[in-house]
Design a protein around this ligand. Structure first.
Ligand code: SAH
Ligand code: MG
Length: 210
């Protein structure tokens, strides 16, 4: 979407407070990649957390904890987020930020490759599964989300448009192929009412029925 439109939406609905601005700056100084969700996407996550009355959220891809902090702030007391992260450095940074945000009781970060961690969660139920890690396993992550979501739960995925490259048939690489497959599955699975929303870098949302 155009920069002007994004700025208008973010300025109106998704202002960062002091803490979130500091976290963004510190993440940059610490050398973390600047790939947190933008504020308007974070606001959309909050809206979905509220709409689903989410008490338990599974996030795949913590980075510095930015999206987790936004989501946790929208949750009722007693709600919790489990966030999976492959990089011990990112996880350590995220834990410090989460502590500073006063949300250590609500957000747990677990270190390890998601495809190894997800099977250990089998049998647990989440209201939302938010996929924002590596893109090639997205179709496999979707299968896990279908297993781990309660009936009526939401699967959400970030970067499902990749600056428009996903929609450009002349563009092709392994990540784009995986994202396209994910989007196709979201569109065609009869259990899922889904849509890719062109906010931020493209946020896919699906409501999953049993
Ligand atoms: N959700 C975060 C951004 C996540 S960036 C936010 O908006 O604030 C993607 C993160 O996924 C990076 O920290 C990266 O280390 C992590 N990641 C990449 N591959 C992974 C994997 N296989 N399992 C778990 N985490 C992974
Ligand atoms: Mg992302």
């Amino acid at each position: 979407m155009g920069d002007e439109i994004n700025e208008y939406i973010a300025g109106l609905f998704a202002r960062e407070d002091e803490l979130l601005r500091e976290l963004r700056d510190e993440a940059e100084r610490a050398g973390l990649p600047a790939i947190s969700v933008p504020p308007e996407t974070a606001r959309f996550l909050q809206l979905l957390v509220r709409a689903a009355d989410a008490r338990r959220v599974l996030e795949v891809g913590t980075l510095g904890g930015y999206s987790a902090i936004w989501m946790a702030r929208a949750m009722e007391e007693g709600g919790s987020i489990l966030s999976l992260e492959i990089s011990p450095e990112h996880a350590a940074f995220a834990r410090r930020c989460i502590e500073r945000a006063g949300l250590s009781h609500a957000i747990e970060v677990r270190v390890g490759p998601a495809l190894q961690q997800l099977p250990t969660l089998d049998g647990e139920k989440f209201d939302i599964v938010f996929l924002d890690a590596d893109k090639e396993p997205l179709p496999a992550y979707l299968d896990w989300a279908l297993r781990l979501l309660r009936p009526g739960g939401l699967v959400i995925a970030d970067n499902t448009l990749r600056g428009g490259r996903v929609a450009d048939p002349t563009e092709d690489d392994a990540q784009l192929r995986a994202i396209r497959e994910f989007n196709r599955k979201l569109a065609s699975n009869p259990r899922i009412t889904g849509l890719v929303v062109p906010i931020g870098d493209g946020v896919a949302v699906g409501v999953v029925q049993p």
